[in-house]
Design a protein around this ligand. Structure first.
Ligand SMILES: [Zn+2]
Length: 182
């Protein structure tokens, strides 16, 4: 399965609200690596202290900044890089839904090659407090399915299962049945 996006705004709009608690989803900013203000159409990846890539979230315009280039006309040591953006549920008590978009950036030619859905991450707890974790990787077309029950954890890796976000219990039942058959 291949879900593609046309720009960063499109990536952020893939799921604007958490399918479980209905809270807003938003870009996860780790440390100072990603800089993004929703009112500005720019997202910045600080590749190092000296290098940064800035992407226009609507036009896909790519800018490569390096402090060194102020003095020397150096070329980027990077050519194509992969960056991920993580979009998480903003409700700290939920955090049951997360997705990651992979961005392929051609720094040499200052353009975006690809925006694709990389991972979708779902957590569900049933009435017996058993936690089910579904981690879908859309690049490798596989699902990691883990069950946490008290102190025991069961890990499974299976071919990709598309989740029914409107009824995640149904998806979990489906996977459990599949695991019994196999
Ligand atoms: Zn949520």
């Amino acid at each position: 399965m291949n879900i593609k996006f046309k720009n960063i705004l499109d990536c952020l709009n893939y799921k604007t609200h958490c399918p479980f608690c209905k809270e807003k989803m938003a870009l996860y900013r780790s440390d100072s690596y990603i800089e993004y203000k929703s009112e500005e159409p720019r997202l910045r990846f600080n590749l190092s202290e000296e290098n940064a890539v800035i992407i226009d979230t609507i036009t896909n315009e790519v800018e490569y900044q390096t402090k060194k280039s102020l003095f020397v006309n150096t070329k980027s040591k990077y050519s194509i890089i992969f960056e991920g953006i993580k979009i998480i549920c903003q409700n700290e008590l939920c955090l049951r839904y997360t997705y990651i978009v992979q961005i392929q950036i051609d720094i040499k030619n200052l353009k975006i090659n690809d925006f694709g859905l990389n991972t979708e991450y779902i957590l569900h707890m049933d009435d017996n407090e058993i936690i089910y974790e579904i981690k879908n990787n859309y690049i490798s077309n596989s699902t990691e399915y883990n069950i946490y029950n008290n102190d025991t954890i069961k890990y499974h890796k299976i071919p990709l299962i598309l989740p029914d976000l409107s009824n995640i219990k149904k998806t979990i039942d489906r996977i459990n049945n599949l695991l019994i058959i196999n």
